[in-house]
Ligand binder design. Sequence first.
Ligand code: HAM
Length: 419
Amino acid sequence: MSDLIRPPRGTFDILPEQAPMRRAVVETARATLEDAGYRRIETPAFEVTELFTRTVGEATDIVQKEMYTFNDGKGRSLTLRPEVTAPVMRAYLDHGMHKLPQPVRLWYASSCWRYERAQKGRYRQFWQIGAEAIGSDDPAVDAESIALLAGILSELGVGGLELRIASLGDPAAREAYREVLRDHLRASEGELSDEVRSRLETNPMRAFDSDHEGTREVMKSAPLLADFLGEEDREHFAEVLGLLDAAGIAYEVDPTLVRGLDYYTRTVFEFTSAALGAQSGVGGGGRYDGLAGQIGGPAVPGMGWAAGVERILLAAEERPEPEPVTTLYVATADESPATRRAAFALVCEARRAGITAQMELAGRSLKGQRKQSDRIGARFTAIVEGETIVLEDREDGESWDEESRSAAVASVLRERGLG
Ligand code: HAM
């Protein structure tokens, strides 16, 4: 098998034994979010490239080096979604959702693609659960959104959680701040990493994210955005924190918090888990009041978050999953067409009656079929031979001869409290 084609680096198969855990993550998100008025949305896997360059931002890692971009047959540039917030806002505008009662709350469980350095917890195709509340700039929307993610993560048993939060203010305050920060960086340019130096003009705030020793030293005395916020943004942030306090949600205000996307305004936050290694971000998000305008829409405020399904699973306590149950195993005593048809009819009848059933499909001997029935833990085994069905109940060793076929078998099962 040395020539066997392998999957692309940074991607993975989701095997049957992993499906229940993943389903539990999506189901917990669904239940929590739908109880809070969110409704599910699913956008296309690919979008017009501009949707991301304009919103996520030209200077970000995502746009500069992580997007899977290709031309379609007509030479239009398309991109596999690296995130879902911009697509959801596009859909909100496209479908006139501003006419609905606001805020419109939407949730998703969607795959994303980023050409990142692959390692544990960081993949090139990964899944996000996420929630977006569009159409209100009320600080309660921010606090509610954060509280819902906190609830989902704790229900899923994600350990060692910490919440960091900050406010980025409005774009004008941020630009004024960036200029001051650039001056600070330029004053010690020689001590900075090459990467930070090359981004000094376009994205100086990324310097807070650097693990380069010289850069970290320079950043210790850097000016902080928090000191540049306008009055309204300060009040908005204070209210968000007050609401989190009221809900008993612990957080740390971290004015150096950097998110890798440019569309944020005001609140930004991130949950990290001590149970994860280098890729400790489990979920994060923030407010994006300028995003709709960036894609040609009216000014519509929005707030949301996304969390990585794989990171949640890495950080969550292992929980045993119940095995799926098959109630009825239908064995065939011979290979005759009459027997196979009767067996097939029985499986279909049982399923219609709501009884989980499987039929022999591998040409096993009768002994082999009994073993298979044991293996899958079926309580009942039906042995079909021409017109006759013998039904056995493993629990009490009883058996019946059912000459009147499948309907009678289904009624025996029903009498026994099944289906
Ligand atoms: P993000 O922080 O880029 O935010 O991604 C959110 C989450 O997706 C991360 O916390 C992480 O769990 C997961 N994630 C990101 N990249 C990878 C990767 N390469 N492999 C595995 N997991 C990954 C956003 O995407 C924003 N759209 C969040 C948001 C929603 N902001 C407002 N609304």
